[in-house]
Design a protein around this ligand. Structure first.
Ligand code: DC
Length: 244
C-alpha cells in the first residue's frame, strides 16, 4: 500500500498493534521501526513493569509485599513519552530511562511482573493508552508478553514474534554487552532462561492464542519482519475500509 493511503486510513480508522514474544525475539527493535513507519505511538509495556520496580524500590517497599506494590502502582507518578525515536520514562522528577535497564532492576522485575494485582492494574492502564491513541485518529503499537491475549485481544493486528533460542540468545547478548564473546553468551543464557521460566508462569507467550499471527524472526532480517507485519497492517486497514 502507498504510504499516503496508509496514513489516510490510519487517521480515519486508527490502528492498534499488539506484539508479544520472549526476550530477544526482536520485539523492541521491530515495534519502534513499525511505529516510526506508521506514525503511531510506541508502548513498551516491559518498561512499565521496570518503572514500577524502580519506584517501589526507591520508596523502600518490600517487593514481596504484593498489596504494597499494587498500591504503589496506583500512586506511581509515571510519565511515558511514546515517541519511538526517543522513548523515555520519568517517575516524579526523576528520568529513569537508563536506570530501569540496570541489572538490579532486571533481577527484581519478575517479582513485580508475577504479582497478579499489579498485572491487573498494568493491563487496564496499557489498554486505556492503546484505545485512547486509536480513538484520536492515530494508534499505538504495544509490545510485551500478554498484549495479544489480555491487554488488547481485540487489537487490529496481533502478532507473536518468535525466534529460535540461539538467535534470541545472540541478540540479547549483543544488546547487553555489544558482542557475543563466549563468557557473555553463557552469562546471558542463564539470565534469559531464568527470566523466561518466571515470566511464563503468568503469561503464555510461546504459543499463539487463536487468531494471533506467528512471525518467526530467526531467519528474517529486521526489514523482513517489518515488511511481514506491514502486510498484516495493510490487510486490516483495507478490510475495515471495505466494511465501513
Ligand atoms: O521486556 P522486558 O525485559 O523489558 O520486560 C520486563 C519484565 O516484565 C519481564 O520480566 C517480563 C515482564 N513483562 C510482562 O510480564 N508482561 C508484559 N506485558 C511485559 C513485560
Amino acid at each position: 500500500m502507498e504510504d499516503q493511503r496508509r496514513a489516510e486510513l490510519i487517521a480515519r480508522q486508527g490502528m492498534t498493534i499488539a506484539i508479544d514474544g520472549p526476550a530477544g525475539s526482536g520485539k523492541s527493535t521491530i515495534s519502534k521501526k513499525l511505529a516510526r513507519a506508521l506514525g503511531i505511538g510506541y508502548l513498551d509495556t516491559g518498561a512499565m513493569y521496570r518503572a514500577l520496580t524502580w519506584f517501589a524500590l526507591s520508596e523502600g517497599i518490600d517487593l514481596a509485599d504484593q498489596t504494597a506494590v499494587a498500591a504503589a502502582a496506583e500512586q506511581m507518578p509515571l510519565v511515558m513519552h511514546s515517541d519511538p525515536d526517543d522513548p523515555h520514562y520519568v517517575v516524579g522528577d526523576t528520568e529513569v530511562t537508563t536506570a530501569i535497564r540496570e541489572p538490579r532492576i532486571s533481577e527484581s522485575v519478575s517479582v513485580v511482573a508475577t504479582n497478579l494485582p499489579v498485572r491487573h492494574w498494568m493491563a487496564r492502564e496499557q489498554r486505556r493508552r492503546m484505545l485512547e491513541a486509536r480513538a484520536q485518529g492515530s494508534g499505538m503499537i504495544a509490545e510485551g508478553r500478554d498484549i495479544t491475549t489480555v491487554v488488547c485481544p481485540d487489537a487490529d493486528v496481533r502478532i507473536l514474534l518468535l525466534a529460535d533460542p540461539a538467535a534470541r540468545l545472540e541478540r540479547r547478548t549483543r544488546e547487553l554487552y555489544g558482542d557475543i564473546a563466549p563468557e557473555h553468551l553463557e552469562t546471558t543464557r542463564k539470565q534469559v532462561e531464568d527470566r523466561d521460566a518466571k515470566d511464563s508462569t503468568v503469561s503464555e507467550f510461546l504459543e499463539p492464542a487463536p487468531g494471533v499471527c506467528v512471525v518467526d524472526s530467526s531467519t528474517l532480517t529486521i526489514q523482513g519482519v517489518v515488511d511481514a507485519v506491514l502486510a498484516l497492517v495493510d490487510a486490516s486497514l483495507e478490510e475495515r475500509a471495505q466494511r465501513s
